[in-house]
Ligand binder design. Structure first.
Ligand SMILES: Nc1ncnc2c1ncn2[C@@H]1O[C@H](COP(=O)(O)OP(=O)(O)O)[C@@H](O)[C@H]1O
Ligand SMILES: [Mg+2]
Length: 365
């Protein structure tokens, strides 16, 4: 089922929870809504589900405007962070509940509940009460209950947040696989960029109720449109450095006290002419910063701290007031206070306007 969101707004008094959202979700697509707490993810999801009424704007399923449809008329399955199971009912009755509401006959109900329960690996637990299940099993029951209706759309609201890290990893893979197998158009709300990156076909990044960007995980990682997206996606996060952008001869240079870097032709060609010269923010990811002996890199810097991550070490440098990080194969042999050279993979340099936060590179996708 294709979903189209047009100029969608939801205000609670003066709070603009969702501010003029426009979004297209293709049939069978898995889209993540990603952003910090309070950015309007749940509000958007609840409008799609029909639980909240939009202040203005339209939601379409296929060609049909659904604004006026009740939740039960929308053919949606929903999974929440709090599993929202009925504690006094068995697992069977919890999963069967949507079918009971629709007065599906006993035999068909039994078959359908058993099928989704088996699919979720809880087929043996149907006689138990939710209180007799682990958190992971309870969440599987909640997913099974959403699936049993065979909905046209699945909505997930931070479904894994209450699980421990190991289980979260496992359920992440299982939900992704399930979505692929069932080919149900799905929206997955999360504040966890790793979840969004690993699961979704496309990610809508929101902040303060406003859509920041919408693209594939790879687009968002490689060519973030804004500083917010650049800093939100990726861990450890992208390095940012205030720097002057200047023309010299036929080259574009990034210049500050300790360094002068000529932009490679492929990046220079993307820089919007109107921003030369000006101060910009250079962004580069820690994996694109390489530690070399002093005087042999693009610039030198002093080691501030070394953090072992197992496979790699994260080495932080101080550049004036700012921090600059490099990911380097472990074990890194270099002590705090040592001066090292840093070499940037210059094709990976990204540039942003310090006032608007927007990328100053054009046609970057
Ligand atoms: N029922 C409500 N009444 C008033 N304000 C609300 C209500 N629901 C959400 N909000 C506000 O709207 C904004 C977005 O909330 P929400 O959609 O829950 O964010 P998210 O799910 O991204 O954490 C927040 O500022 C929140 O306080
Ligand atoms: Mg929420």
């Amino acid at each position: 089922m294709q979903i189209t969101i047009e100029n969608l707004c939801k205000f609670f008094g003066k709070v603009k929870a969702v501010d003029n959202l426009n979004l297209d979700i293709a049939d069978k697509e898995f889209v993540a809504f990603l952003g910090p707490s309070g950015c309007g993810k749940t509000t958007t999801l609840l409008m799609i589900a029909g639980i909240y009424k939009p202040t203005s704007g339209y939601i379409r399923f296929g060609d049909r405007v659904v604004n006026h449809l009740l939740p039960k008329e929308r053919n949606i399955g929903m999974v929440f962070q709090s599993y929202a199971l009925y504690p006094h009912m068995t697992v069977f009755d919890n999963i069967a509940y949507p079918l009971t509401l629709k007065k599906v006959n006993r035999k068909e109900k039994k078959q359908r509940v058993q099928r989704v329960a088996d699919m979720m690996g809880i087929g043996e637990l149907l006689d138990r009460k939710p209180g007799e299940l682990s958190g992971g099993q309870q969440q599987r029951v909640a997913v099974a209950r959403a699936l049993v209706k065979e909905p046209a759309i699945l909505l997930f609201d931070e479904p894994l947040s209450n699980l421990d890290a190991k289980l979260r990893l496992r359920m992440r893979g299982e939900i992704k696989r399930l979505q692929e197998d069932l080919s149900v158009t799905s929206i997955y709300v999360t504040h966890d960029q790793v979840e969004a990156m690993t699961m979704a076909n496309r990610i809508a990044v929101m902040n303060h109720g406003i859509l920041q960007t919408y693209g594939t995980p790879n687009q968002l990682y490689e060519y973030p449109d804004t500083l917010f997206v650049a800093g939100f996606i990726g861990s450890p996060p992208m390095n940012f450095l205030k720097i002057d952008l200047e023309q010299e001869g036929d080259g574009l240079y990034l210049v500050r006290r300790e360094l002068k870097i000529r932009l490679p032709e492929e990046i220079a060609a993307q820089v919007k002419p109107s921003v030369v010269p000006s101060q910009v923010i250079m962004g580069i990811r820690p994996e694109d910063v390489h530690i070399v002996p002093a005087n042999e890199g693009d610039f030198d810097a002093e080691i501030y701290v070394v953090e072992p991550l197992g496979r790699e070490d994260l080495v932080s440098f101080r550049l004036g007031e700012e921090e600059f990080r490099a990911l380097t194969p472990a074990p890194f042999k270099g002590g705090v206070g040592t001066i090292m050279g840093l070499n940037l993979t210059k094709e990976k340099i990204r540039l942003f306007d310090p006032d608007t936060g927007n990328s100053v590179l054009k046609s970057n996708k």
